[in-house]
Design a binder for this molecule. Sequence first.
Ligand SMILES: C[S@@+](CC[C@H](N)C(=O)[O-])C[C@H]1O[C@@H](n2cnc3c(N)ncnc32)[C@H](O)[C@@H]1O
Length: 353
Amino acid sequence: MDGTLKQCLTRLAVEQEFLPFYTFQQQALYHPIFGYYTRTRSPFGRTGDFYTAPEVHPVFGQSLAKFIYDHWCAERLEHFPQRVELVEFGAGDGRLADAVLSAFRRQWPALYEQVHYTIVEISPRSIREQQERLGRHPHVNWLPRLPQLSHAFIFSNEFVDALPVHLVEKTGNGSWLELGVSWNGDRFVLQRRPLVDAELLDYANRYGRELPVHHWIEINLDVLDWMRSIAGIVQHGRLLTFDYGAEISELYPDYQPTGTIRGYLNHQVVSDILADPGEMDLTHDVNFTALMDQGTELGWDTLQFTGQSQFLVSAGLLETLTKNPEFDAGLARAIKHLLLGFSPKFQVLLQGW
Ligand SMILES: C[S@@+](CC[C@H](N)C(=O)[O-])C[C@H]1O[C@@H](n2cnc3c(N)ncnc32)[C@H](O)[C@@H]1O
């Protein structure tokens, strides 16, 4: 582990006595220099810690481009003929953006000229990688936050599960404990204190009702703030979220007392979430019920909620094979991997307003 991040977290844990897990995860992933997503080693692909769908093959992005074309462009161009605004949050190494833009350029060249692609990305290392990969697409820009837009198709892949979460545990009398981190002189250990924050309590009572005693849930307030800010900025939009997760009724099976929070290192799951801050990814399964509820509160409609495989098939993934005059074994393998090789927990949520 990098000594500097360890020192930094140790100091924080000692100073604060109780370091909320949220702060520990936020620093472990996004510390400006030593964070897992900000340091120099890329987490993606064979030499990294995990594969995401865009890493498998550009056909994932090509299917997304077809979906955007079918479900957004035609309707939008009637009202806003000059511009198609696409926004991607947390674009990783830029492969998805490249695949989407290249598909537009190849299939709808006139429309490609009207596409403005904005990336909102927190990691300077990822921004550099994205800029190198996307240099040949002229209408891409990078912004630290979403700009004011009258209309936009906004999407992300494995962005929501990369946001830091609060961890809480149910007690025998129905109250809640907040989990935090302290330093015992040798290693980081978990600590508990009564949960008093009103927003966290509200969430825990709403989504943790059915949870057995001593079980944990993750609380992702950042995603709810993110959706609120999108609603305040974009007048007409679609929000398409690809991520691991489930509706709340299926998210926390009884045999899983410590929730869904876990680490990833060298393509292996690490159950000790405090083990190597900054060295491994820390992620959780997304509570899609909370995203749908938040959408409803913002006046949005849930337009689609489906598994990734079904989404890709209905977006035309299989037709990409038959369109090719010659059989492409690499493409066939990638399609098989995208349809069968990803966990069935991979979901797609489309919301609109
Ligand atoms: C798990 S990676 C997924 C990358 C890419 N979408 C893919 O599928 O390969 C999460 C991405 O979200 C970015 N990210 C995390 N928090 C962010 C934030 N608050 N704003 C913008 N980007 C963020 C990370 O830097 C990283 O690029």
